[in-house]
Ligand binder design. Sequence first.
Ligand SMILES: Nc1nc2c(c(=O)[nH]1)N[C@H]1C(S)=C(S)[C@@H](COP(=O)(O)O)O[C@H]1N2
Ligand SMILES: [Mo]
Length: 231
Amino acid sequence: MQKKLIYITGIILAAVVLYLGITGSRLSDSSSDQEPDLVSLATENRYKEMEIKDYEGARLDPSVGPRDNSISGIQQVDLESYNLLITGLVEKPLSYSYDQVLEKDSYQRLITLYCVEGWDATVLWEGVRITDLLEDAGVLRSGEIAIFHCVDGYTTSLSLETIKDRDMLLAYSSNGITLPDSLGFPFIVIAEDKLGYKWARWVTEIEISADLEYKGYWESRGYTNEAEVSR
Ligand SMILES: Nc1nc2c(c(=O)[nH]1)N[C@H]1C(S)=C(S)[C@@H](COP(=O)(O)O)O[C@H]1N2
Ligand SMILES: [Mo]
């Protein structure tokens, strides 16, 4: 009886020693490796497959914000029924299909989006110039601003002067992949140097207007119409 007890205790002790030995060596392994911390690991998990993560030495952020703040959640746009309209103070209102927009000359730019909530994302954008899209419609002399209408009912505006000065893009790609739904597929306004709420996503209509007092969704709720990024 006593022999059996000693025998069993021996086996248990051996098992414990073996277990500690294995976990111990694992722990020391991981501390010697350059493993990412939890935050970079979370970031890493937000990148989509095929997405570029570095560009000319700059680290790109995932094509999705840290959390979704859209007024009605993430929208899914069906290209079959999608058109981008150019309306308002133009000689000839236009309707572009997705493919017709992509036929325009394309440009690539590394630009950071700053949200009023304190986060930012540096992304490699690819898109067409907004002025190229407007040119075909012929903006009337009375036109002062562009109002962006979106699938979720969101609106925001930019002065035509700002759009021209910054040579702003309407992007269809982020970090080398097709713009994900979360970033506004099919199109997002790359409002360089302007706060996040000027970056209209899921854009369906660009309306040219003379109303310098126009206020979009967040602008009419107290955010400045200038939306300058202060850095
Ligand atoms: N259509 C549409 N575009 C939009 C928004 C929105 O709710 N709907 N939110 C704006 C805001 S406040 C920011 S910061 C950016 C990024 O939104 P996110 O915080 O949801 O990623 O999209 C902007 N464009
Ligand atoms: Mo925002």
